[in-house]
Ligand binder design. Sequence first.
Ligand code: PAF
Length: 286
Amino acid sequence: MNDSPEIITTVRDLRARVSGWRRAGETVGMVPTMGFLHDGHMSLVRNSRAQNNRTVVSIFVNPKQFDRASDLEAYPRDMDRDAALLAAGGVDAIWSPEPEEMYPPGFATSVDVSGLTDCLCGATRSGHFAGVAVVVTKLLLQCLPDRAYFGRKDYQQLMVVRRMVADLNIPVEIRGIDTVRESDGLAMSSRNWHLTEAERAVAPQLFGVLTDIAEVAGRGEDVRPTIDKGLKRLERAGFGAVDYLEVRDAENLELSHRPKRPARAFAAIYLGKARLIDNVPVDTPT
Ligand code: PAF
């Protein structure tokens, strides 16, 4: 039985704890989350634990990255369950500030990463990446870990964070970790919680469609006919509005119908109330 991780709620206490570890010569890994943890998060924790002496997991449902107040309110939360999972996962501390600690009255700063945030989720979710960028900047500066871990499921977020950390000289190494999937291929996500049983049964078809598109792209063929077929298949399966289903460059995220450089197939599509996002790598011909 592991000791329960300490729950830290003020920046002052977080800094004191982390600087104590650093003085003792220990390295620190950070896993930023919004809680309601699943095995995708725990895989980030396992990576951090394997690569650092100490691991801090932040749990903060960031109001600035939600475009609608109703989404923020509906976001699932369960601190007791999260704390138990993190205790079993051997985490050292949970950084769980109240919104007023993160954004005190008068808070007025924004962090805007241009270019990378115009496409994919940035095209439809106005303000989302500005909200992510400001909170991740704050989380990294509050904790100052050696390394921070982000899932490739939110691939655009990972690219935005990498760009921002490089541009602002934030002294933290960003590590991207592969998506964890259910046995039928569905990417793990807190949003899967919104799926009904019938929706859950068809949800893995999204991964199937992305895999088909990535295979065609990997053969050096134009992906557009396969994307059209995929859209029809998803519609027949009961999926709703499509935000995007496309192939983009893995680094600059530019649209690419016949990629010659490392690329990924990306999707965001509604299934009932859930907006599912996923992406898979394309093995481009050399
Ligand atoms: O990926 C998430 O859960 C969030 O966007 C993050 C990185 C914790 C920032 O709030």
